[in-house]
Design a protein around this ligand. Structure first.
Ligand SMILES: Nc1ncnc2c1ncn2[C@@H]1O[C@H](COP(=O)(O)OP(=O)(O)OP(=O)(O)O)[C@@H](O)[C@H]1O
Length: 454
């Protein structure tokens, strides 16, 4: 296989594993050879190799096969590949500082690089995010700590990282005396493991306990990782005891993060927990208008027909990242072909995005499909009957709604006849437990998933 092929495979891997995982785990891999059905890569550390092997080896094998270089095994050897801590969150292009960087000195934010455009000025505020925005602003003032931690949560691409970076940027201006450390939970773990391996654990503890503001993004990542959780818990307590501000983000509420120790969960709930709700039409339009200004400056001479932004805001409801990507693609395409951006161009250029947002699954469709599959009435899905032959399919539908839509537990509860979110959580857990013990049910659920995806 040539390096070109590996280049192509890497391109595909970005799509499969996401930009963050790619930058952190795939980019540093060095292909050393490919022979006798084995692809061998150099990695910076044993831990790194284990991690990639456990999480991404199947993806790598799959893509090598697609590129015409199938292998039976992927192996990792420690070599000269450059070591790097997991990079900053999405959008941040530069590598993180070395693991043992100190939170002291000239550069205050030594965790991950901050994305320059993630500022409060660039954050469009609407009903769905006003509370989260207000809380973030308050923390960014750097005044006395009033709630600790600030816990921001919400679905994919709704602006959690943007707000976290905005807080860090603003604190640098308002309180240059404070040591602010922003990093992803993955980086926290990576540094912790590296410190353990290098017997630098005291330095690690000292570093994390010496900051004034600790910001950890995507904390759901540490769920199920016992020793990292333990260390996180101690760091958290030490900082709270010193009245240092902590800001956390996650893709769901503390109570909904599985495999998180109860003591951590309850700690996370102690401060202010705020939710970034899915965007509404007005917010999407506002964001598009703000971005339009930016692109109009960048691509001078391009014009946009009336109604295009409204159409996009109406049709692309998934998340802000997709919305932004759509507008960027439109401008790039229009400048290449030298045409006005109108609805025809939108249809031509964004057909895939428009199709996938059309296919967005609703809870009602899930209920219908599950009812059909188990031969129960659709009304029983939302009704009160507790008979197992009805309750179990209902729980399956709850489970699939949680898995396959971005609806929150309270929203799902409302669609299941106004049930409480704890009932939904119980239903979801029940099905998870049963699936682990009962192959037939697991198969049923898989089948339903496939049917719903098709
Ligand atoms: N209210 C907003 N105003 C302007 N831009 C926004 C807003 N919300 C999100 N964005 C943009 O959407 C993109 C995704 O946001 P961000 O990375 O903060 O999402 P996230 O919630 O952290 O997602 P993930 O769950 O994938 O980590 C970013 O480019 C961000 O600037």
């Amino acid at each position: 296989m040539t390096n070109d092929t590996w280049g192509q495979v890497r391109e595909e891997l970005i799509k499969r594993v996401g930009q963050n995982n790619y930058t952190t785990w795939i980019e540093p891999l060095r292909l050393s050879h490919l022979k006798n059905g084995v692809a061998s890569f150099e990695v910076p550390t044993t831990f790194f190799g284990d991690w990639v092997s456990r999480n991404f080896a199947d993806h790598i094998r799959g893509q090598l096969a697609v590129a015409g270089s199938p292998v039976e095994r992927v192996e990792f050897t420690v070599g000269a590949a450059p070591a790097r801590a997991p990079a900053a969150k999405s959008g941040s292009r530069s590598a993180a500082k070395p693991a043992r960087a100190r939170a002291v000195g000239a550069e205050e934010v030594t965790g991950a690089q901050l994305e320059q455009r993630f500022t409060f000025d660039n954050f469009v505020v609407g009903k769905p995010n006003e509370l989260a925005h207000a809380a973030a602003r308050r923390v960014a003032e750097g005044g006395p700590v009033t709630f600790n931690p600030l816990f921001l949560y919400g679905g994919v691409g709704l602006g959690k990282t943007h707000l976290m970076h905005a807080i860090a940027h603003e604190l640098k201006i308002n309180r240059p005396d404070l040591h602010v450390l922003y990093l992803s939970a993955e980086q926290f773990m990576y540094r912790f493991v590296q410190a353990l391996r290098d017997r630098q654990i005291m330095d690690f503890k000292e570093l994390f306990r010496s900051v004034d503001v600790l910001m950890v993004d995507d904390v759901q990542f540490i769920a199920g990782k016992d020793s990292t959780q333990e260390e996180f818990f101690h760091t958290f307590n030490a900082l709270v005891d010193q009245n240092k501000q902590i800001v956390i983000s996650a893709d769901r509420a503390p109570g909904e993060i599985k495999d998180l120790e109860d003591r951590i969960r309850s700690r996370l709930q102690c401060g202010l927990v705020v939710d970034l709700h899915p965007t509404d039409y007005e917010l999407r339009l506002g964001i598009l208008q703000a971005k339009l200004e930016h692109y109009s400056n960048q691509y001078r001479g391009l014009t946009m027909a009336p109604g295009v932004l409204e159409f996009l805001a109406h049709r692309i409801t998934t998340n802000v990242r997709v919305l932004e990507g759509a507008l960027m693609r439109l401008f790039a395409f229009a400048s290449l072909v030298g045409r006005e951006i109108n609805l025809d161009l939108v249809m031509e250029c964004l057909s895939d995005i428009l199709r996938s947002s059309e296919k967005r699954l609703t809870i009602e469709e899930i209920q219908r499909k599950v009812a059909e599959h188990y031969n129960v009435r659709l009304s029983d899905m939302i009704g009160p009957k507790r008979l197992r032959t009805i309750a179990r399919p209902r729980q399956v539908a709850m489970y699939l709604s949680k898995q396959m839509t971005s609806r929150s537990l309270p929203e799902i509860g409302r669609r299941f006849g106004g049930r409480d979110h704890t009932t939904i959580m119980h239903g979801v857990r029940k099905i998870e437990e049963l699936m682990a013990a009962d192959g037939q049910l697991a198969d049923d659920v898989q089948l339903l998933k496939r049917l719903l995806q098709s």
